[in-house]
Design a binder for this molecule. Structure first.
Ligand SMILES: [Mg+2]
Length: 180
C-alpha cells in the first residue's frame, strides 16, 4: 500500500494568499484576519484537480496547524458560496503537512517565478506582495511582455498591446505618468 496522492500536489501558502494577513505576524497560532476574497471558492474547486496542501511557516510550529484548521472552521462556513459546497469540505479535502512537500505547483504571495533568467538581486529588494503595493493607476495594471518587443497591458476595464519602447518612455517620464 502506498499513501502517495494520486492527484498532483498544489501547495498553497496560507498567510497573504488564503488569510489576508493584514495584521502581519502575531504568532504561529494567532490568525486574526479575514480570508482573501475568493479563497474558499478557489480552494474548493482546486481540490477536484489537486491534492491541495496548505502550508505556512506556522505548519512546523506547535499549534500552528490546529490554528489554521480552526480558522477554516470559523471562516469557511461564512463564505457566500458555502451553501453550494460540500459540508465541512475543508476538513477532509485540504491537507496540512508539517513539512513542505515537493509540489507540482506552488501559490505564494512572496516568491519570484523563475523563467530561466535570473533577476538582478537588487531588484528583488523592491519586491512587494500584491496587497502591499502602491495601488496607483499604473501599478494596478497587469503588464506582460510579448513577442516582437511588444507589451500587453491590462487593467480591470481594458487591455492593449503596445511597443515596449512606449512603456519605457512612460515609466521614465513622470509628467506623462501624472497626466494619465
Ligand atoms: Mg505568504
Amino acid at each position: 500500500m502506498t499513501d502517495k496522492p494520486r492527484k498532483p500536489i498544489l501547495l498553497v501558502d496560507f498567510d497573504g494568499v488564503i488569510h489576508s494577513y493584514a495584521s502581519g505576524w502575531r504568532g504561529a497560532d494567532v490568525i486574526p484576519d479575514d480570508p482573501v476574497d475568493g479563497a474558499f471558492q478557489f480552494l474548493y474547486c482546486a481540490t477536484s484537480l489537486f491534492h491541495v496542501n496548505v502550508y505556512s511557516s506556522r505548519s512546523s510550529e506547535p499549534n500552528g496547524i490546529e490554528a489554521m484548521r480552526q480558522w477554516f472552521d470559523y471562516h469557511a462556513p461564512k463564505n457566500p458560496d458555502a451553501h453550494l459546497m460540500t459540508a465541512h469540505w475543508w476538513r477532509t479535502d485540504l491537507h496540512f503537512p508539517r513539512e513542505k512537500p515537493a509540489a507540482f505547483l506552488t501559490i505564494d504571495d512572496r516568491c519570484w517565478c523563475f523563467e530561466g533568467a535570473f533577476p538582478l538581486p537588487e531588484d528583488l529588494l523592491l519586491f512587494e506582495p500584491w496587497n502591499k503595493r502602491n495601488r496607483g493607476d499604473f501599478q494596478r495594471c497587469m503588464v506582460a511582455p510579448m513577442a516582437g518587443d511588444m507589451v500587453f497591458i491590462a487593467d480591470e476595464t481594458a487591455s492593449v498591446v503596445v511597443p515596449r519602447a512606449l512603456i519605457d518612455r512612460f515609466v521614465a517620464d513622470p509628467e506623462t505618468r501624472e497626466s494619465r
